[in-house]
Design a protein around this ligand. Structure first.
Ligand SMILES: [Zn+2]
Ligand SMILES: [Zn+2]
Length: 137
């Protein structure tokens, strides 16, 4: 009787361990969603003119630090649905601050507001050309 009890206790312990392993293996990745703290942003650096990928936090505002030249001069690409140009909008320049993207972005090529952030995965966005980049600095 005593060994039976011991086996039962062992059994419970094994099930508990398996359960724990199962929890770790299967539940943790999907069971508890932890939102990523950063996102990858396609950007262009106005200083070195390279297309770069920025790893940034959600709240970070352009410009971002360029991984190629280390200058804080990387801005996200936008896309104009009307003229199919990829662009960086005209920037707002305030003394003592890095130039910022204005709240009401317009396409610098055709002047319309039918624009969105550029996403290379989006099949509806196929840029025919890049609009002239803003002057830097
Ligand atoms: Zn750069
Ligand atoms: Zn346009």
């Amino acid at each position: 009787m005593q060994s039976g009890t011991k086996n039962a206790v062992m059994g419970v312990a094994v099930v508990a361990m398996l359960g724990f392993a199962g929890y770790r293996l299967f539940l943790r990745p999907s069971g508890k969603f932890v939102p990523p703290k950063t996102l990858t942003q396609k950007a262009v650096c106005l200083n070195c003119k390279q297309n770069v990928e920025i790893e940034r936090s959600f709240s970070a505002q352009a410009p971002y630090k360029c991984p190629a030249c280390d200058q804080v001069a990387a801005y996200p690409w936008f896309y104009c649905y009307d003229c199919a140009h990829r662009f960086v909008p005209k920037l707002v320049r305030i003394e003592g601050q890095p130039p910022r993207i204005p709240p009401g972005v317009r396409c610098p090529h055709c002047g319309c507001t039918n624009i969105a952030g550029y996403d290379p995965e989006n099949p509806q966005q196929s840029p025919v050309a890049d609009a002239k980049l803003p002057k830097w600095p």
